[in-house]
Design a protein around this ligand. Structure first.
Ligand code: ATP
Ligand code: AMO
Length: 434
């Protein structure tokens, strides 16, 4: 639409055409107001019935809520108007009339269940606080990309249809690929590692991962956005430094560029960029601290995975982002390298928000013989991974990296109750469309 002005840019003295949704019509008798909403905000359109063309008044006041209109007219200063300006219309075009019955009330006066909201995302995002989540999500991805660029890494895109899984065989979605069995990729793990031996050396990818998680929880999706990093000549501690840099950059970007969105979410006072180094606890310290909280019925012992209640108890205890390092080798995947002086101890790490795990990573096993042995120990057929392992015979540098769950980052940053609130069209056990 030529010459369209955003409502937020309409200044007294201007003659403008504004366009957007009919937020509200208030008819007070001789005077009536229509509130027009667009991406930038809202503006009042004033109708003085006795002084205006009858047809213009009828069009303006007869249009249903949430219809799309454009209005041309003069902008006037008006202290009683919600934004201190109003438009006195010369003409109104109804571009798309909305039904009178809406499945969801975009003014938010009537609460809707999450499932109704997800079924009607278009209307749901007309609410300022919902739109704000996705503006912030976009800012997080923008800041993260910039942070990766600071780190000198190159963005890559790897296939999502693959021949093998990497993160444990049970969580794969099988598909048929021209008559052959294939899978939706669970992680770009092997592909990002393959790029370590290439001339790119340091890479990142932001893309979907697919996991056939059977359970329905507030923090699992069947399609999630993974923010992956991998660097040649990094050990696990350098990978943790990079992780901290990227996560802080996401918070900084939001603090700097999303004031309005944080206000819409009521977070303008609460929102804090994490400061200082994230504490690094060993797995052994972590289980001791969890046991000391007394929150678990059974004490954890070396080799146990951390149960959700354990993670939460530790999160409450630590009270900020933190790393758990030096996990038992037996509970970390085959591609994670063990410490040189202790085979039972891996270089794997997790980065935690007090509410949940955000990141897994580690230094990788880059020695061909050890890697193939690891496959066998995990009951995987090294032959099936030949496309991956063979590159470790042609000059694969030591390397380390990690994967960060994009939705979990946004969810924990904004204190969202359910991970689905951080995804436009979530995929879960019940939801395949829209
Ligand atoms: P008229 O203005 O044609 O005499 P009226 O008696 O219905 O018709 P007012 O008494 O001027 O209108 O106003 C009705 C209400 O609307 C009052 O509460 C007034 O403060 C408010 N109001 C009037 N003009 C504006 C405006 N431009 N923006 C916001 N509120 C306004
Ligand atoms: P992991 O399996 O721990 O590690 O995944 C990394 C991070 O991705 C997020 N995540 C999920 N988010 C929502 N729903 C899910 N179903 C889901 N699964 C994972 C989490 C998690 O911490 N290849 C390794 C990473 C690496 O070592 O580089 C991996 O995939 O935030």
């Amino acid at each position: 639409m030529q010459n369209r002005t955003y409502t937020a840019d309409a200044e007294p003295g201007d003659t403008v055409t504004v366009a957007g949704w009919v937020h509200e019509v208030r008819d007070l008798g001789g005077i009536a107001f229509l509130i027009l909403r667009d991406k930038s905000g809202k503006i009042q359109i004033k109708f003085e019935k006795d002084e205006m063309d009858e047809e213009l008044v009828e069009t303006g006041l007869g249009v249903h809520r949430e219809s799309v209109i454009s209005v041309s007219g003069d902008v006037k200063e008006e202290p009683r108007a919600p934004t201190d300006v109003e438009v006195v219309p010369d003409s109104i075009d109804v571009l798309a009339e909305a039904d009178t019955e809406l499945p969801l009330d975009p003014s938010g006066k009537v609460d809707a269940e999450l499932s109704t909201r997800l079924d009607n995302r278009t209307l749901d995002l007309r609410k300022e606080e919902v739109k704000a989540v996705f503006e912030i999500r976009a800012e997080v991805l923008r800041s993260v990309r910039e942070a990766f660029r600071d780190l000198g890494s190159t963005e890559i895109n790897t296939p999502k249809i693959v021949a093998t899984g990497t993160e444990g065989g049970t969580e794969l979605f099988p598909i048929t690929y021209f008559g052959e069995e294939a899978f939706m990729n669970q992680s770009p793990q092997l592909f990002k590692q393959l790029m370590i031996g290439s001339g790119l050396e340091r890479v990142f990818e932001i893309g979907p991962i697919f996991r056939a998680e059977e359970h329905n929880t507030p923090r699992h999706l069947n399609e999630a956005t993974s923010i992956d990093f991998e660097s040649a000549f990094f050990d696990h501690t350098e990978a943790m430094d990079a992780c901290e840099h990227v996560v802080k950059a996401a918070y900084e970007g939001v603090a700097e560029n999303c004031r309005k969105e944080l206000e819409a979410l009521g977070l303008e006072d609460e929102f804090e960029v994490p400061e200082g180094e994230f504490p690094r606890l060993t797995y052994e310290e972590a289980i001791e601290r969890i046991n000391a909280t007394g929150e678990l019925d059974e004490q954890l012992v070396w080799g146990d995975d951390l149960p959700t209640e354990g993670e939460r108890a530790l999160g409450d205890d630590v009270g900020e982002h933190y790393f758990i390092t030096d996990w038992p080798s037996e509970i970390k995947p085959f591609y994670i390298k063990d410490h040189d002086d202790d085979e039972q101890l891996s270089t794997g790490f997790d980065m935690m928000h007090p509410r949940m795990e955000l990141v897994s990573g580690g230094q990788r096993e880059h020695r061909y013989d050890h890697l193939v042995e690891g496959f066998e120990q995990q009951g995987l057929d090294p032959e099936a991974f030949d496309y991956y392992t063979k590159m470790f015979r042609y000059g694969m540098p030591p390397h380390a990296g990690w994967g960060l769950g994009g939705e979990r980052l946004v969810m924990t940053m904004l204190g969202l109750e359910n991970i689905r609130e951080a995804v436009l069209f979530p995929r879960d056990r019940q939801r395949l469309s829209p």
